[in-house]
Design a binder for this molecule. Sequence first.
Ligand code: GCB
Length: 620
Amino acid sequence: MNSGTVTMSNVLQRQRISLDGDWNVIVDPYEMGYVGILEQRNDRGFFRDHKPRHPGDRVEYDFDASPTLRVPGDWNTQHERLHYYEGTVWYRRIIEGPPEEQQRNPPGRVFVHVGAANHTSRVFLDGQELATHVGGFGPFAVEVTGRLSPGAHSLVVQVDNRREKDRIPAMRSDWWNFGGLTRSIDLVFVPDTFLRHAWLTMSPDGRVVGGVEIDGPTAPVRLRIPELDLDTAVELDAKGRFELDLEPERWHPGAPRLYDVHWSCGDDRIDDRVGFRTVETVGERIVINGETTFLRGISMHAEALSGGRRSHGPDDAAALFDLAEELGVNFVRLAHYQHDEHMVREADRRGILTWCELPVYWGIAFDQPHVLENAHEQLDELITRDRCRASTIFWSMANETMPSPERNAFLASLAERARELDGTRLVSAALLTLPTADRDHLVDDPLGAIVDVVAINQYLGWYYGERALIPSTTWSTPFGKPVIFTEMGGGAKYANHGDDGQIWTEEFQAAIYEAQLAMVDANRADAGRGPVAGLSPWILKDFRAPVRVLPGIQDGYNRKGLVSEEGEKKLAFDVLRSYYDEIEHAGRTTPGHDRDRDPDSDPAPEHDQHAGHGSEDDHR
Ligand code: GCB
């Protein structure tokens, strides 16, 4: 699992030198580049970045003469011959030391920070192996303090995206296994003592709570929020947590109030923008800042709006959110793995709620202790990075995992850890549902007892179920918790028109949405009609998936997008937009909006929770 790496939050706010740009690369499908560090074989050991010392010196690689790949970026869409490549690529960049920032007095500390490298990577500086990181979507940092003396230094990162049974995700996923240094990489400069983590958020009861983790000789921590007249020494408990007596204006979906927040600890300074809101469940409703909130959502992959490449950075984030906003959402599901930090920061600025997810997806080796260990590492990276973002209301542990004692224990352990790291947000996981003969679905996956919200993926009208019966379908759980449909939808090729009985047409897809939205409406928790507290249909945009092979229709793309891979809108986009528009405007006057009610004394509206559910056999 990970070694030599640390987590570090607020990196975007820190003094950095970007290492983005062109890196020389060696593609190494047969794993020739890694030999034991003690084996002095300069012909291999690509991490040594060796140059021939004399005319007869045999060195069978040469980074200087090797091609380049852009960082950040996936390799699959940069070179035709790497389109389907799964294996190792060695990245090399020369850094001139010491960077100006390091010439300060005192010099402080330097880290290499990697936004994401899919899937497993090793970091080497001047031929020395410094760290291994496992997990393709989590950020990590490697300390290089004292190693960047004057002159040129070779930074090498080995990135390997093979699918393995004991990786997370494992052997199969319905998305492209983009390899590479897919997010930004930076040198980060901090003083000897610095705040590795510093976060503030609001607990469900409206208290402002937070925590810090100090790295280096300890020093007092101060916090300033000028707009709230706060300038205080922070009193930490034994776990580094604290509470403040503050009543900030609330950050609200659609009205995102953010405050300038300034941290200091010794010589360290961090400036952040932070919002405060409460989120809780009350019976089958999701309540934000005391108001029942119906989640008008959409699911997204981290794929750019054009070109079918892995998305990264602020521009891609802005483009994806522009489109989601056009749809009228107040919520996005960032599926199926940890997205770029720019996404949740953009969501904070726009007032859009987010669901953040781990890639614990299909076929995970739940019985292997080292897999659980890595899931914990990935969870820690996600939560420590984003627990200061008001937009984030869900930590999702998994997607579509089959109940078994090992899986239940694995996910229960993740839920416990998530609540330990951040007890202020909702914990969930998207559950698989399968066809039933009955129109009344009971979802009784034992995980329902652990999560705060029962998230259901269902494909009525697409993989199963008669479209005409969808509107009269009901949903219930034995858990008395909110239900959200984290997936629903169907495929259509953009500009393929026909009647709504013709599969792959825009009309067919739009008709599924019509039927599904009628069902959602008839089961809405905020209107007292059932347990459904929101939805995030599958999916905003057509996305690359090697498992989607139908020629002329799929051609390597999952076609369930509301827009094509180039952002062209299909008919279903408007169907969903109209529904969201309608409920947003109706919502202002529904009795579900209840800022003044006391949630504790206000049970969920009555409905026939267990009526006529199917047999055990209907569910897996
Ligand atoms: C699912 C998965 C998602 C797939 C989708 C589909 O249930 O969670 O990753 O892409 O269905 O299109 O089949």
